[in-house]
Design a protein around this ligand. Sequence first.
Ligand SMILES: NC(=O)c1ccc[n+]([C@@H]2O[C@H](COP(=O)([O-])OP(=O)(O)OC[C@H]3O[C@@H](n4cnc5c(N)ncnc54)[C@H](O)[C@@H]3O)[C@@H](O)[C@H]2O)c1
Ligand SMILES: [Zn+2]
Length: 357
Amino acid sequence: MLVIPVSVHPAYEVRVGAGLLSECGEQIRKACGGGSSCAVVTDSHVAPLYGAKVRAGLEAAGVRVVELVVPAGEATKCFEQVAGVCEAMAAGRLDRGSFLVALGGGVVGDLAGFAASVFLRGIPYAQLPTTLLAQVDSSVGGKTGINLRCGKNLVGVFHQPRLVLADTETHSSLPARICNEGLAECIKHGVIRDRELAVRAVDLMRDNPAAFVARNVAIKAAIVADDEFETKGIRALLNFGHTLGHAIEQSAGYGTLLHGEAIAIGMAAALDLSVRKAGLPKDEAAAVLAQIQQAGLPTRLPAGLDTHAILEAMSRDKKFRDGRIRFILADRLGSARMDEDLTAEDLGAALERLGRP
Ligand SMILES: NC(=O)c1ccc[n+]([C@@H]2O[C@H](COP(=O)([O-])OP(=O)(O)OC[C@H]3O[C@@H](n4cnc5c(N)ncnc54)[C@H](O)[C@@H]3O)[C@@H](O)[C@H]2O)c1
Ligand SMILES: [Zn+2]
């Protein structure tokens, strides 16, 4: 088992290894304050795969388990589901000494984390992330959130988990496309903090999944610890590829491109702009682009997706209301900074240079 401390308030650990779900009960109970009852929130895909294992682990540690299964999919991150989870926890007689366990991908983590933050004004929770994206990204950092009809992640709070257990055996049931989109975030971590990760992510993941996940968690944990509440501009570096990626995801129509796929295209454009505006060597950008492609991710705009529509979507983004475009550029691999001088024309031109298949 690999352990990565996350130095936030309160501090907690991310533990990574194969088979961790089988031995989760006592670890979670201890980290979450020793309570004797909990809710396990999971989704309709994950429940049949890992629900019984987690329940057995918790019950073996003397914890009464109320299992709540929400529908799989992004639409579940809504107020109605938060209400449903809270109602079920109250009906299951959970109290302030109880805790919540989020078992699943980022959707379950964000929804359940949010429910834990408001139920009885906040109860402890643990994350058991089961997608690569959730293990390397969404379960670390304490951001919880749900969507509104007019945009994603517009409601949420910071509520740090007490423990994260990332079991790499869960990768075996992940569809390849979902695993690949997690690799997009890993390549992103590489670009901003770790050159080898940016150019060898696919091999590193194949050779040693636990070490690979831990390496990514360490990067995200260090950034989060330096900027817990996203006020210092450090956490913003995690938005590499996301300024355009979010806009691409949205203008393609949610569900057409997976988040990681849209981010892959956004990173391709950000690499191009990094070469032109920040001095990133061309061959370094090409090496990352090759890695994105090796991960089975797109690097060109989908046919029929209009650049103007993407820029229009970007201007509606919650982060750009003040009119300035904050764009993350890499001056070399492993080092990134925020730029505020790029224009919409610069971004449009970079998108056009990507071309279409
Ligand atoms: N809080 C944060 O800091 C943060 C960061 C990044 C992303 N997010 C959020 O995370 C969400 C995306 O997370 P995701 O990609 O994990 O999506 P997800 O939770 O929807 O999971 C993807 C799919 O895989 C299924 N699944 C999960 N684990 C599985 C397994 N082991 N085997 C088989 N199927 C499995 C799920 O049921 C779902 O159908 C988005 O809502 C995004 O906003 C949050
Ligand atoms: Zn992302």
